[in-house]
Write a protein that binds this ligand. Structure first.
Ligand code: DGJ
Length: 559
């Protein structure tokens, strides 16, 4: 903000070209891919969204103060917050930009970026955020019809009038952002919210039935790797039992793809859609989950039909470790950047922030982290008041100051992460000639790793040079063991030692790790500043991380 005011004054006084060149221009944020890895570029460099999503009804002038104070406590750099269609377009074609402008201005005052959530046609599978004038004309803006011919609480992707209205409104929003946000406070926009339908696999309205009995569009055949026997093969003939869910995904992706394209044509910010998941490990029938949204089984359909959407993003409320990690894996694809726009902020889930970083996530954002709903928000005791924020705050306090480095190292493929898994007290990460061993539930000195009583251990390790690492984490011990050269690894002649110092017998010769230097430091203005050298009790048993945010730069060698 300050930069802009100063620049405006200087430009008014000295309108010369040379000076104009000095005015800081902020390029439009974009999702960049290199070698199968992704980064969100903000101001020309990789950026990591340390986000928090507000509660659904928090983006109002009366409630925003309760959002900003939580954002501050969290050390979040980005607020995800909705824009409500019902507020934005109170009368057909009449747009009210006041809510957008208020949240933009307040975000800048708080030095926080925004991800705006377009609560448009779909909100958790329903059409509850459509303006009143649409809700009152349900013939024109019709709902999904179930198998029994009844309209249900979900918007029809075949309602062309709804789609045209959404395109017009979303286009107006993006056009407004283009002219109101040259500072690029807004980093990305979510199109709709958890699209899909609960309670019916697909729409059975006459228009839908006709298309379902017709040929499958060529881009869907290609995306799903199908070559039908005849060119007029219908959905059922091509996809059998999956036909209905694939059809509904196609219909919704097509609709949302058009809305997204209208917005992107106005202002090319990164766009994403979020997904209400189905269980990635146990097959479910589509009526029990939100059919038609970008669930993992239909990702290729969404990619083919909605190319203006940059990222398909999972909302992860699954509590099982295996399910959570599987979901991250399913959305971390060569054609998709990993972004977690909603998840639980509970202590048990805090470690998954690290799991996501280990898969080059461009952002992470627990849901409902403001003081509008929490009962404890009334408490006079600040620990009690902030308990629901603390697990996320702990992560962001640590990673916040180093977020540019984390994003860059990730984009360069140099960073890996570990998160504790129940029953697995140690994990090994491979970095060329070194293995990093992360163990949980070890005493300050020796003894076997037993795992923490709650699985909350996590570590981030980046290889800065062949023998130099950046290491940080919570509730774990990190150490390094020689992994031999590539040739030695191939020959398989390596035996791991069991002593206190990590060692390996490689081609008949012991290689014991020694620390050359362990620097503890802090990030200042985005750069690591060494504060002291750790040695003695602080390193003799490995690098121990507890509940304090600690960052180390470590050089290792063997003897
Ligand atoms: C997922 C939705 O996307 C959010 O808007 C919110 O409704 C949460 N579920 C749960 O409250």
């Amino acid at each position: 903000m300050k930069v802009c005011i100063i620049a405006t004054i200087l430009l008014a006084l000295f309108p010369g070209k040379a000076l104009q060149a000095q005015v800081k221009e902020h390029p439009v944020p974009r999702v960049v891919e290199n070698d199968g890895r992704y980064a969100l570029f903000v101001d020309g460099a990789p950026y990591l969204i340390l986000g928090a999503q507000s509660n659904n009804s928090s983006d109002w002038p009366t409630t925003l103060p309760k959002v900003w104070s939580a954002i501050e406590y969290l050390h979040a750099n980005t607020l995800e917050t909705p824009i409500y269609w019902e507020q934005f377009e109170p009368k057909p074609g009449q747009f009210d930009y006041s809510q957008v402008d208020i949240v933009l201005a307040q975000a800048r005052e708080h030095h926080v970026h925004l991800v705006l959530l377009w609560f448009g046609t779909w909100k958790n599978g329903s059409q509850h955020y459509m303006p009143e004038w649409m809700k009152l004309d349900s013939q024109r803006y019709f709902h999904v019809m179930n198998k029994n011919g009844e309209y249900i609480d979900s918007p029809s992707p075949f309602a062309t009038a709804s789609m045209e209205a959404d395109k017009r409104a979303f286009g107006a929003l993006m056009r407004h952002l283009k002219q109101a946000d040259s500072e690029r406070t807004v980093l990305m926009v979510q199109v709709e919210n958890e699209t899909g339908t609960y309670g019916s696999v697909r729409d059975y309205c006459p228009a839908a039935n006709k298309l379902f009995d017709g040929p499958v569009p060529p881009e869907i055949l290609k995306a799903m790797g199908k070559t039908p026997a005849t060119s007029d093969a219908n959905w059922e003939m091509v996809f059998g039992p999956e036909a209905e869910v694939y059809f509904h995904a196609w219909a919704i992706a097509k609709y949302v793809g058009e809305v997204a394209a209208a917005g992107k044509a106005a202002y090319p910010l990164p766009l994403y859609v979020n997904d209400a998941l189905h269980d990635p490990l146990t097959p479910e029938v589509p009526v029990t989950y939100e059919s038609g949204g970008p669930t993992d089984n239909v990702i290729p359909i969404w990619k083919a039909e909605a190319p203006a959407i940059d990222v398909l993003a999972p909302d992860i409320y699954l509590s099982g470790t295996e399910q959570y990690l599987k979901t991250l894996d399913l959305y971390h694809r060569p054609d998709n950047a990993l972004f977690v726009p909603e998840t639980s902020g509970a202590a048990r889930s805090a470690r998954f922030f690290f799991s996501a970083l280990g898969l080059q996530a461009i952002g992470f954002s627990p849901f409902g982290l403001d003081y509008t709903r929490s009962q404890s928000a009334q408490s006079a005791d600040s620990d009690a008041r902030n308990a629901f924020l603390e697990p996320t705050a702990q992560n962001y306090r640590l990673v916040g100051p180093m977020m540019r480095d984390v994003a860059r190292l990730n984009f360069e493929g140099k960073l890996q992460a570990a998160a504790e898994v129940e029953g697995e007290p140690a994990q090994t990460l491979h970095f060329g000639n070194w293995d990093a061993v992360v163990s949980y539930g070890v005493g300050r000195r020796g003894g076997p790793a037993k795992g923490n009583s709650e699985p909350m251990g996590r570590a981030l390790i980046a290889q800065l040079e062949d023998n130099k690492f950046l290491v940080t984490g919570y509730f774990c011990r990190v150490d390094f063991r020689s992994a031999g050269t590539e040739q030695q690894r191939k020959s398989g002649n390596i035996v791991v030692g069991t002593g206190q110092t990590p060692s390996a017998l490689i081609d008949g010769k012991w290689q014991h790790r020694q620390f050359l230097r362990v620097e503890e430091g802090a990030y200042e203005d985005g750069a690591f500043k060494s504060q002291r050298i750790l040695n003695g009790d602080q390193t003799d048993w490995g690098l121990n991380f507890g509940s304090d945010p600690e960052v180390l730069r470590v050089s290792v060698a063997t003897y």
